[in-house]
Structure formats: structure tokens, C-alpha cells
Write a protein that binds this ligand. Sequence first.
Ligand code: 13P
Length: 234
Amino acid sequence: MKFIAGNWKMNGSRSLLDDMVKDLEAVDTENKIILCVPFTMLGKTSDKIAFGAQDVSAQAKGAFTGEISAGMLADANAKYVIIGHSERRQYHGETNNIVRNKATQALANGLIPIICVGETMEEKQAGKTMAVIESGVRESVPSDVNTDIIIAYEPRWAIGAGLTPTDVEIADAHALIAKTLEDMGLAGTPVLYGASVKGSNAADIMSIPNVDGVLVGGASLKSDDFIPIITSVK
Ligand code: 13P
């Protein structure tokens, strides 16, 4: 079983989601399908598909205009929430510290956080990839986790760019993340790969050791693109 998670980012509509859910419910698969959609599209339930959000407040509740709490996400049938996506880190200044606080809120409300880590092109070129990934995991994951979490490795330079790291680069990153999680007492935590995943590369990427699934951006918006990713692995 692999995790196949879609991140719709700021795309889609409620009617597109209705159509997508119908299409996905007809797919014969053992894989775990998760759709992380904009807040306004949450509220749906499905026997086959789990829903998630793409961000959550670091605060529990109160006078934080415009924020959405983890409790509200759970109330809207979300089971997962992406936290610390590179676009949140890039455009909203989210640090590992903020990500950890958000993940703490998610866990306190029974949500499974999908915590994203990954290096920028600048960090890659400076030879800092492994250091950024390791500190990303150590600093973004709350210290007292005793339930499920998911990590997503998303090389920031490859997102939406049609670029992917080599299989060896993905293998090295995932091995480091798995080892770091083991050191933290979180052995067995699923680690997903994300950035430019499509039907034609999904099976190859998911055959790499320690890759437990994928987090898919652009190719999760159309059934014709997303279903081949879901069915590319058993
Ligand atoms: P793309 O699949 O569009 O590269 O996006 C990846 C991503 O950011 C998923 O969270």
C-alpha cells in the first residue's frame, strides 16, 4: 500500500471535487488516496478517499481573524493537513518552529499532519541539501508525537518545474529522513516524495527504498492525470 496524496493548492472548485471524488471512487486500488483541498471544499466524506487541508493555524482558537483551527478542520471531516509546504515557507515566512507549532495543534485535534521538508535551489547548490532536510525533520516534528504523522520530502527547486531529482538523490534524501525519524523514536513513519510526480514517473519513484507514496500537485487536478499515478503501483 502506498499513500497517493493530491495537493490542489489554490485550484479547483466544489463541483470539480464532486466529479473527482466520483472518478476516484471507481478506481480499484489498495492505495490510500488523500485529497488536500482548499478550505472551502472541505466537508465531504467518502468511504474511499480521505480529505485534508493545506494549512492550519498554530493557535487553538480565539481572536485570530482569518485563521482556521485544527479543531475546525476536524469538524469539516479533514483527516490530514499539509503543514510547512514550500509555498507556505516561501510566501508566508513559515519556519520550522512555526511548522512544529502547527503540527502540535493538528495532533491535539486528531489530524495527521503531512509535514513538508526540502531544500531550495540555493541550498542545493551550496551543498546543504542533507543538512536542510535533517534539520527540517528534527525541528518541524513535535517532540511528543505518539500517533501517526507523515513526512513529505519536496525538493523545492523541483516543484511545479517539471524537474525531478535523480533516483539516487531521492534515495539518499529518503534514507536520511527514515534514519532521522528512527533516531527520534518515530521509525516506520511514512515518507512521501513530492515534486513533478506524474503517471510516467510515479511507479519508478515509488520503487525507491523508503518512498512510501507521493504528494502530487498539478497532476492531481485532473482524473486523467491522477488516476494513472494511483494505479501505477499496487
Ligand atoms: P507539482 O506536482 O505540481 O510539482 O507540485 C508538487 C507539490 O508541491 C505537492 O505538494
